[in-house]
Design a protein around this ligand. Structure first.
Ligand code: DAH
Length: 343
């Protein structure tokens, strides 16, 4: 056995692997379960007791030497392959898999229609101050919309008559104010974005939802322009022949104010659950900008007039795709989302 060990020791010491694979082969030959060392340990059981100690030591030495050789030679392959990978980084990217969220689809479709009419997409912060969400939009300090029940406040100011509160915007109308502050005339923007209201979550309401705001200010802008633009939008989005009607309404920031309904695209005006058997569904609020909001943004209301409108993206998507529960938009259930894969 002694000679055998010596012979193997010589053999392994002169071994030089020229590849990782060769080294692995070497390891299998000597150290695997069926390898030479295991065989020798089996033989070792027959060694005479007086020789055992010496043979045991030699055998262990041989095993350790082989392990050291492997460890040592492995390093050279590691350093050689550094910086190299099997991945070809120059290959073109695979087309994106997955689906767009229905709210993104609808938002982009609406944006596109207004872009073609010359509107520019504008953005504003979700964390806003009282001035941009309420004060500049002609909400008096005691207006109920400012109430804790509706608004998520981040910090409240001590003086109730001069609110400087920081809050989550409750509507995208705040972007109107920012657009008027930062742009030269004429202004023609649409502002899609996320809004927040302290409401109980149900099939019809959510504390986070999305709106698109529109604003057009120039010389001689009238209610006729407002009607024409919104009529065009409805024909493009809901199909030609869709009827519109305007009902008088009230918003602090518009005077005249209206709500716009379209003929129910589900029953075609015959009457169904969605339109509560009226044949009409409300899709947005709108109106002529109150002179006070132009003044708040240093625009002369004697020279300029404008119109504004605001709609909920979820509501438009629900009508378009006949979705009856608002919560579906936020649950990220793949069975729901997959239906929009190719839309
Ligand atoms: N900001 C209103 C809301 O949150 C929607 C709205 C109504 C926006 C009338 C407008 C408008 O610009 O003119 O319900």
């Amino acid at each position: 056995m002694k000679e055998k060990i010596e012979k193997i020791l010589e053999e392994v010491k002169s071994f030089h692997a020229d590849s990782k694979e060769a080294l692995e082969q070497f390891r299998i030959q000597y150290l695997s379960k069926k390898g030479t060392i295991t065989e020798l340990f089996t033989e070792f059981k027959q060694v005479a007791p007086e020789m055992r100690k010496e043979m045991g030591m030699r055998l262990n030495e041989l095993k350790n030497t082989i392990q050291d050789i492997i460890d040592e030679q492995y390093k050279q392959f590691e350093t050689k392959s550094e910086g190299k990978t099997d991945i070809d980084l120059s290959l073109p990217v695979e087309a994106m898999k997955g689906a767009r969220h229905p709210l993104s689809i609808v938002r982009e479709e609406i944006n596109d229609i207004f872009r073609r009419l010359g509107f520019v997409v504008a953005e504003g912060p979700e964390v806003e101050d009282d001035f941009h969400v309420f004060a500049a939009l002609n909400f008096p300090p005691d207006h109920p919309a400012r109430d804790m029940q509706d608004t998520f406040f981040i910090s409240k100011s001590p003086n109730e008559n001069k609110p400087t509160d920081v809050l989550l915007r409750t509507h995208t109308s705040s972007v109107q104010v920012r657009a008027m502050e930062n742009n030269k005339m004429p202004i023609r923007i649409i502002a899609p974005g996320r809004v927040f209201r302290n409401e109980a979550i149900s099939a019809r309401a959510h504390c986070i939802f999305h709106q698109i705001e529109g604003l057009y200010i120039d010389k001689n802008v009238s209610f006729a322009d407002l009607k024409q633009v919104l009529y065009h939008f409805v024909q493009e989005y809901f199909g030609e022949g869709t009827k519109v009607r305007f009902r008088p309404s009230y918003f602090p920031f518009t005077e005249t104010s209206a709500e716009m309904d379209i003929s129910c695209n589900i029953c075609g005006g015959e009457g169904c659950n969605i339109c509560k058997h009226t044949g009409w569904v409300e899709i947005m609020g709108c109106g002529i900008c109150d002179p006070n909001i132009l003044k708040a943004c240093n625009i002369d209301p004697e020279q300029y007039t404008g119109f504004a409108f605001g709609m909920g993206i979820e509501r438009i998507a629900m009508l378009k795709y006949q979705i009856n529960d608002l919560r579906l938009f936020f649950e990220n259930d793949l069975r729901f989302l997959k239906q929009f894969e190719k839309a």
